[in-house]
Design a protein around this ligand. Structure first.
Ligand code: ADP
Length: 393
């Protein structure tokens, strides 16, 4: 069975109850920000390429109140975060010392956004809850950052509104500086700018983004969490980035965004086999993502699905970031009737797959996967949802 996704209303009421128990009174402000899945365009962001995510019905909710105490008090309701689950820190003022990252880790995502928020924060009490699985590759961290920013916007209504792009960039900076994760822009962009019934094509070079309709009631995207995460040595991602830069330099390009597969063939002899393969993935994936958007605009799901599966095979063979569990989930999906295509999504070595499937075949896909997959999978059946918003209480 697909996982039951809690409604936003139920998350808000859970957070409200905790708010009353922890701080007393009732929270007057509530916001939500979604997690995301990347439909196609993997390991393209640092090659100046395209990514194509959509916002999920899985969201992070924050409820709270403004205070004049000069303190920011935050509690998270998830058991998956490191302890303590309740923190407090001083609100930054023009004259006080700057905030710095510290323990617990989870609070740094909130603190980083408070630190870089372009407005004066006099203090607040807040409770965070989420339906985005933590560390599952569906971007719980960006949804926490974007929810925090949206919460601060709602508290400081007088502050000059920033553009959605600036908002996303502040959240990205918080993740870079306070969580020490050198992430791209995709997660914060889609959590901020997502629109119901649309996926978002993001050009990681120009930072331009375009909504692309994806609202056919006959199709669904099924996210399958493999529930595995292989331990990494820590060199896998930096090595691949370096290999892409090396290939671009050899090809005389600023980035692989500017290269074609025929450019790559010309320089094949000057590249190691591994660097050649890495570049072949990056170049072909950037092309595939653009082609996928073109065919999606024509509602050609057969071609779109094939491009998703091609993407998976490129990540598996050329980029070598898949794993047996993700390969098995994709293989199973592709044998099911009504499936157009499937691929791993996220950085790789575990996490989730995403499958494009006819709505009427979703339950068969899930049943067949449960019967065949060697691990224990979790399923989320999704349509593109709205980005961050202030909720009415
Ligand atoms: P993901 O793909 O889910 O973003 P990450 O490992 O990048 O995975 O980020 C997960 C981390 O973000 C958690 O370990 C925790 O520190 C923080 N986090 C995300 N959501 C919450 C939340 N609701 N409450 C507390 N911490 C959270």
């Amino acid at each position: 069975m697909a996982a039951q996704i809690p409604s936003v209303t139920s998350l808000v009421s859970e957070a409200q109850t905790a708010f009353t128990n922890t701080y007393g009174g009732v929270a007057a402000v509530a916001v939500s920000a979604p997690g995301r899945v990347n439909i196609i365009g993997e390991h393209t962001d640092y090659n100046d390429g395209f990514v194509f995510p959509m916002a999920l019905p899985l969201v992070t909710v924050i409820v709270g109140n403004k205070t004049e105490s000069g303190m920011c008090r935050v509690q998270t309701l998830t058991n998956m975060a490191d302890r303590p689950l309740q923190v407090q820190f001083e609100a930054p003022t023009p004259s006080s010392s700057q905030l710095t990252p510290s323990s617990p880790t989870w609070a740094n995502y909130v603190k980083g956004v408070v630190a870089y928020f372009p407005g004066l924060v006099s203090g607040f009490d807040a409770v965070v809850t989420t339906s985005v699985p933590l560390g599952g590759g569906l971007s719980s961290s960006a949804s926490l950052e974007v929810a925090t920013y949206t919460f601060l916007e709602a508290l400081t209504a007088a502050t000059k509104p920033t553009s959605l792009k600036e908002k996303a960039l502040v959240c990205q900076k918080a993740e870079h500086k306070f969580a020490n994760v050198p992430c791209g822009i995709m997660d914060q962009f889609i959590s901020t700018m997502g629109k119901k019934g649309n996926a978002l094509l993001i050009d990681c070079r120009s930072l331009e983004s375009t909504l692309v309709p994806l609202s056919d009631p006959a199709i669904a995207l099924v996210i399958t969490n493999s529930n595995v995460r292989h331990s990494l040595s820590g060199t896998e991602y930096p090595t691949r980035r370096r290999q892409c830069y090396q290939a671009a330099t050899t090809l005389g390009k600023d980035s692989l965004r500017d290269a074609t597969l025929s450019d790559l063939e010309k320089y094949k002899g000057s590249l190691s086999e591994e660097v050649y393969m890495r570049a072949r993935h990056a170049i072909s994936e950037i092309q595939r993502t653009q082609e996928a958007v073109d065919v999606l605009r024509k509602k050609d799901y057969v071609k779109f699905g094939k491009l998703m599966t091609d993407s998976h095979n490129s990540l598996r063979v050329d980029y070598e970031v898949s794993c047996p569990e993700l390969d098995q989930l994709v293989d199973i999906a592709n044998t099911c009737p009504g499936v157009y295509g499937a691929r791993m999504t996220g950085g790789g070595f575990g996490g989730c797959t995403v499958t494009l499937v006819s709505c009427e075949c979703v339950s068969d896909l899930i049943a067949h996967t449960n019967a065949t997959y060697k691990g224990q999978a979790t399923f989320y059946v999704c349509q593109p949802e709205e980005g961050a918003q202030v909720l009415s209480l």
